[in-house]
Design a protein around this ligand. Structure first.
Ligand code: PLP
Length: 403
């Protein structure tokens, strides 16, 4: 392989193996998933959908994409699946296109409170094409009474749920009822919690949502990409034309093959057990931090927020940089009600999905909390913290070996 790229991949492999990865949106895909991503399927153009392509030679590609669709539908218990979106952001763009006209109104959670860029941020296409209004959180929690009140006042076309930094379970049934009450469509972006939903450890958005979007690379542990699901045939037709030809060209069939593998892997007892461990480890890490004196949100999921400003007098940015010095990767994140800007923030988002894939135990999840607390509070030296990280990761599966 190209020498320069090969050298950099080796360095990144070492970083991933030796570090503790706490970015809540990351995970380690299996070797089978990675092999499909690197396969010769990348050579093939296949604009269109199975049986209706704009190119010849799609006999096997059609079978692969159909298999991905079937496995995806089975995993999430829905009737229709588009597995072509190149990313979660493109899935959301196509879902909006299918659900409402340009300029239509979407009621969502603002980025600062845990929503995603594509949920109406001024720096995203979403706020330029649609009129976004937002529901507030109460003490960091969704407040369904408030959401109903805002929905009745705003009369949106779409109510959007599913977030990037919300640590608690979401009541999709209740939100679906609110949407019905105000005659809005209900969309769920389950990107973060797709793995939890697949494993039956979080309420499913079906049968309450009109459209569900997701990424496949977070808790679902697949390749980097997106999907769009629905039970509504008319919406499915609109979703298909919104993905291709409106927003995308040729589908990434190597990634679609990897998605098919990921859907099969996620439909196993082992995956359910994995997600249970993720939730247990996340809670153990969060509770240990609180026990040591830190301020955090609670958690029902794979993530929680650590208030670094109140706990250690550090901005999220400074805490992120400090942890990186010792081989722990986490990302700065706004805390609900944050007074600091998004490029500084008052906290960190911490997720245990990736480390659990490598075999992190409950005791190790607590040790991670002790290193974070010790180092950020200044009570642990850099050498001691680095040794702590090393002594944990040396027992974990090498990322190349994850099957
Ligand atoms: N939706 C949510 C809730 C997310 O958290 C993310 C990514 O972090 C996305 C959508 C976008 O995914 P992608 O980065 O694949 O565009």
């Amino acid at each position: 392989m190209d020498r320069e790229i090969s050298r950099l991949i080796k360095k990144e492999t070492k970083r991933q193996n030796e570090g503790i990865e706490l970015i809540a949106s990351e995970n380690y895909a299996s070797k089978d998933v990675r092999d499909a991503c690197a396969s010769i399927l990348t050579n093939k153009y296949a604009e269109g959908y199975p049986g209706k392509r704009y190119y010849g030679g799609c006999e096997y590609i059609d079978k692969i994409e159909t298999l991905a669709q079937e496995r995806c539908k089975k995993l999430f218990g829905c009737k229709y699946a588009n597995v072509q979106p190149h990313s979660g952001s493109q899935a959301n763009a196509a879902a909006y296109k299918a659900l409402l006209p340009d300029g239509g109104k979407i009621l969502s959670l603002v980025l600062n409170d845990g929503g995603h860029l594509t949920h109406g941020s001024p720096v995203s296409f979403s706020s330029h094409l649609y009129n976004f209004v937002f529901y507030p959180l109460t003490n960091g929690y969704l407040n369904y009474t408030d959401i109903l009140e805002v929905a009745q006042k705003e009369k949106p076309d779409v109510i959007l749920a599913g977030y990037s930094a919300y640590p608690y379970e979401i009541d999709f049934e209740l939100l679906g009822k609110i949407a019905k009450k105000v005659k809005a469509r209900f969309m769920v972006d389950m990107a973060h919690i797709a793995g939890l939903i697949a494993a039956g450890c979080h309420m499913s958005p079906f049968p309450y949502a009109d459209i569900v979007t997701s990424t496949t690379h977070k808790t679902l542990r697949g390749p980097r990409g997106g999907i769009i699901l629905t039970n509504d045939e008319e919406l499915y037709k609109k979703i298909n034309s919104a993905v291709f030809p409106y927003y995308q060209g040729g589908p990434l069939e190597h990634i679609i093959a990897a998605k098919a593998i990921c859907f099969k892997e996620a439909n196993t007892k082992e995956f359910k057990l994995y997600i249970k461990h993720v939730i247990r480890n996340t809670r153990a890490c969060q509770e240990e931090l609180v026990k040591l004196g830190a301020k955090t949100t609670g958690t029902d999921t794979h993530l929680f927020l650590l208030n670094t400003l109140d706990s250690f007098g550090l901005t999220g940015l400074d805490a992120q940089k400090k942890l990186e010095e010792i081989g722990i990767t986490a990302n700065k994140n706004m805390i609900p009600g944050d007074t600091l800007k998004p490029n500084k923030t008052s906290g960190l988002r911490i997720g245990l999905a990736a480390v659990t894939t490598r075999g992190c135990t409950l005791e190790e999840a607590k040790s991670i909390a002790q290193i974070i607390y010790g180092y950020l509070s200044g009570n642990m030296t850099t050498v001691a913290a680095k040794n702590g990280v090393k002594s944990i990761t040396k027992f974990w599966k090498k990322i190349e070996k994850i099957s």
